[in-house]
Write a protein that binds this ligand. Structure first.
Ligand SMILES: C[S@@+](CC[C@H](N)C(=O)[O-])C[C@H]1O[C@@H](n2cnc3c(N)ncnc32)[C@H](O)[C@@H]1O
Length: 297
């Protein structure tokens, strides 16, 4: 069988399985399995496949036809132009989450400052590591409730050259965020925010393959924000930056939770689809009146 024939056959199978971008996925999957980019199909359509290659392609196409995402089959995903390994315990990083990285960078007047960043629900480590790739003196800690996610984030950090500036720990924000004595300059997070009842109705690629702990935000999708916002504010420096990804329609309610916890709103950042995807705010500095009250007390 030739490469072109294999792509045509895989396209038919994936389309029959309801995969939207059947041809693009078939081409990408097969060319990547052959160690090349999708341009291989144009360059060598008549390349003949060995039996071993054909068998590997068959297995991968069967997985995609069962609606497993291409990134999970290949075990990697590009985010912020960096390559991240994925596993069953981690969310597949989404392009929309680059909005948070971009928005945080846009608020920093000087990228050479030695900022300390805490990442809540780090998954693959993509948000923290993307920021560190732009902030040469920053250091960071990523926490996640899942041990395998923590181990994978540490592996990603080491492979991308950020092992010396990062620390990943298994920890739940439900237990508070009292991790270190020094407060953080920046706290970021992309918590689970899908309402429990909506998960089954998501695309099979999401509902069937992203881990439930990365998706499930409780009855109204806001449970994680309620737990982590007060904890995050408690460990943020006065004037420090808090940046949280939110789901569609959640900017208003999450901003209200932030305000109630002492965060002054700074900006709502919109993703490429026009959805308010990230909220930025600063921890209020104590004003003179409240400082006087503290002194009197
Ligand atoms: C939406 S995913 C985000 C992953 C990654 N930051 C990203 O943007 O791709 C949410 C992450 O929060 C983690 N998580 C869920 N509940 C948690 C908790 N109580 N404490 C710490 N991490 C939690 C999940 O395991 C998951 O990795």
């Amino acid at each position: 069988m030739t490469l072109a024939e294999a792509v045509a056959e895989a396209t038919r199978r994936l389309a029959a399985a309801g995969v939207e971008a059947a041809r693009g996925d078939a081409r990408l999957l097969i060319c990547r399995l052959l160690g090349a980019g999708p341009e291989l199909l144009l360059a060598q359509p008549e390349r003949s496949l060995s039996q071993e290659e054909a068998a590997r392609i068959e297995a991968a196409v069967a997985r995609r036809a069962a609606r497993e995402p291409v990134s999970r089959i290949l075990g990697q995903r590009e985010f912020w132009s960096l390559l991240f390994a994925l596993n069953a315990a981690t969310l597949d990083p989404r392009p929309d989450s680059e909005t948070l990285v971009e928005a945080v960078l846009a608020t920093l007047p000087d990228r050479a400052v030695a900022l300390r960043i805490l990442d809540l629900g780090t998954g693959t480590g993509c948000l923290l590591l993307a920021l560190l790739s732009e902030l040469p003196r920053a250091t960071g800690c990523g926490i996640d409730i899942n041990d395998e996610a923590v181990a994978l984030a540490a592996e990603n950090a080491a492979r991308l050259g950020f092992g010396g500036r990062t620390d990943f720990r298994r920890h739940s924000w439900e237990d508070g965020l009292d991790l270190e004595s020094e407060p953080w300059d920046v706290v970021i997070g992309n918590p689970p925010y899908i309402a429990s009842g909506e998960i089954a109705g998501l695309a099979p690629e999401v509902a069937g393959y992203d881990p439930p702990a990365a998706l499930d935000g409780g009855a109204d999708g806001l449970s994680a924000y309620r737990a982590l916002i007060p904890a995050a504010v408690g460990v943020l420096k006065p004037g420090g930056l808090l940046a949280l990804e939110v789901g569609q329609g959640q900017a208003g309610p999450v901003e209200a939770l932030l305000a109630a916890a002492g965060i002054d709103p700074l900006r709502r950042a919109t993703d490429l689809g026009g959805i308010e995807r990230c909220l930025l705010g600063r921890k209020a500095r104590r004003n003179a009146a409240s400082q006087a009250a503290v002194r009197r007390g």
